[in-house]
Design a protein around this ligand. Sequence first.
Ligand SMILES: [Zn+2]
Length: 415
Amino acid sequence: MNKRQDFKNILNLLLIVFLSTSFVNAQEEGVINKFDKVVIDAGHGGDKPGAVGLKSKEKDITLAVSLKLGKMITEHLKDVEVYYTRVIDKDVELYKRSQIANKIGADLFVSIHCNSSSNKAPKGSETFALGVTKAAQNLEVAKKENKDILLEANYGENYDGFDPNAPENDILFSLFQNAYMEGSLWFADKIQKHLTSNTPVINRGVKQANFVVLLKSAMPSVLVEIGFISNAEEEKYLMSEIGQYEIAASIFQAICEYKNHKDNQKNPILTVEQLIPRNVLDKDKQLKDAQLLAKQKEEERLKQEKQKEQQAQQKRKEENEKGTGIDIVYRVQFASMKNQISTKDKTFEGLEDVWSYEFDGYWKYCAGLFATQKEASNYVQKVRALGHKDAFVVVFQNGKRITFEQVRALEKGKS
Ligand SMILES: [Zn+2]
């Protein structure tokens, strides 16, 4: 018999056991099983880095969050013992992780991971319980997390010929998960709730898929994808002290709620501020204050710039009105072309009050608007400096070009 056949036989046997016993209810009917042992599983480790971001590796982030979470439980949930699958950067085979949990008779298993995608855009957190899925996205996550076993020596033996992608696994998974599914989903939902209210990471929801690391754990078990290491903004958060603490605090609150629910207790759900060390909160506050100040300064600068522009516009308008008051205005003509183009064209960058008029089948372009020839003459220098070497002063009466002689004659007439 080959391995595959072996595996199928095991499945059949399990199916019979499942159908003929109260296996599913065994836990509920047993003696009161107080929640007092939790296993925290930092994803990957050693020569299996998990997902790799621009600046970080999944195995380092999962370990940092796991240790912070463990410390919070030890400090604040005195009657819950914390077990870790690893506390240093080392590889632990996936089957051993649930074995550790089963051996000590843990009441809850939390596996911590980071998501990744070849596309840099996806972000958010999601929590998985074991389960059959046809959703491509869920399958993709499970496949990525399961692929570590392919790097393990003797993986065929340790996983009973398990093939992460074979369809018959669904049956096996559905057998193991049923007894604990309700608890796992309840807990997963609380994790997502707290992550969403405590962190900037968006909620991708509670999902189900087949994860090898949860496969044989005999207790409610979840796998949390705390964020996308492949998204630059999220990676930065996952790498930060405050980010890791906020995530750990969120999972802690979910564990606390789960304990209250299961043991019918009323342990206070400590706030993030109560759970995170003072110096970390202070440092974060300083950083956020500095960022806020820089933002306010920038807004103030933009506001002043806008005000200045409005004042300048008002001044030009007044000058314009003054100019038309005596019917005569001076402008600086700097270009002539066959076609009319927008006065907002890039060619006119740096010029003020650009204006065009048609003359002899050509469009003439002017800049500036002045009440006196002297002011216009001063402006000519500026226009020339902008590259319009042939700029010169022209004069208009009621929008119609006139000569300087005509102006002099008009002025004579006035006086
Ligand atoms: Zn992972």
